[in-house]
Design a binder for this molecule. Sequence first.
Ligand SMILES: [Zn+2]
Length: 372
Amino acid sequence: MKKITLILLACCCCLQLLSQPLKTKNVIIVTLDGLRWQEIFRGADSALINSTYTDDKAGAQKHFWATSANARRDMLFPFLWSTVVQNGQIYGNRDLGSKDEVANKSYLSYPGYNELLTGYPDPGIKSNNPLANPNVNLLEYINQQAGFAGKVAVFASWERFPDILNVKRSGLLVNAGFMDLNLPKNNDRIKYLNDLQHKAPHYLGDSTRLDFLTFEFAKEYLEQYQPKVLYLAFDETDEMAHGGFYKFYLDRAHQEDEYIQQLWEYVQSSPVYKDKTTLLITCDHGRGDGALANWRNHGFFIAPHSEQTWFAVMGPDTPASGEMKAGVTTHHDQLAQTISKLLGLDFKAAAGHDVGAPINGVTIMPWLGAAR
Ligand SMILES: [Zn+2]
């Protein structure tokens, strides 16, 4: 009798849990272009930090070297490996059997961002060429839903994002490259940032601004204009890797972890966002492995294993499972529908193209869809 009572009690608890509405009302997405899972989970790479790709070896070792992989990753990503791992989930540690990948076959940026934001690894999108994306994306869908109109904003370092998000069709607010931010009423800080970005050096060429400018625009917009969905796309990690500058690659990754911490600290200090906001952090592709030089590159033909990626998620509806271990392989075409479901929406039903199934474990609502 006691056993039956306990089982009934457990069932009641489960039903109660299942019937609870989702708490996520806002979403912040951050991408770090081409940042490898190897650094996320192992910290600085011993071969690269001692190679010709690191010119300031003493400096790199001082900031990022320890004998254990766990100590190294703590040094490189202190926010990810404290607040996020304690309160959320991190997918893609292949050393533990957790596999995360892009589903597209290009392993380049535009195909990766298209997959992430549309849920559809379109085989027709194979390059980074300017192309008005024919696929409806999650952000424009959200922007069309009741209560979300005008509450979605994108800040990106790379100028390609207006194409990736097809702003002509979607009408989304996308501030990218060296574009000025022109709001109906620019505050003084936005006016200052518009001016500042043109005075900052163009170290990454004319198509990509430095990530600190993207961050400052996004943070100001978040605090003053309070969007429900904010997407920040950083770029410098990929640029430093292509250039073969391993210490700078580590430096930029480390600073972006700090930017994300600043955003989260603001979120948790604001009554508008506190305990109502889910944070997703991920990338657009991995990088090659095997031969040492492969780290600089990515792409199906030139860099084996650059489909291997990672993501982290934290919010009021996500169980604090920490670092994920062996299980089903997750794909980035699943993240759009996962976010959509967290907001109580069904992007997949409205997209007009294939969309990956949501990832079960990200939410406590197991009926929302099967993992794949
Ligand atoms: Zn690249």
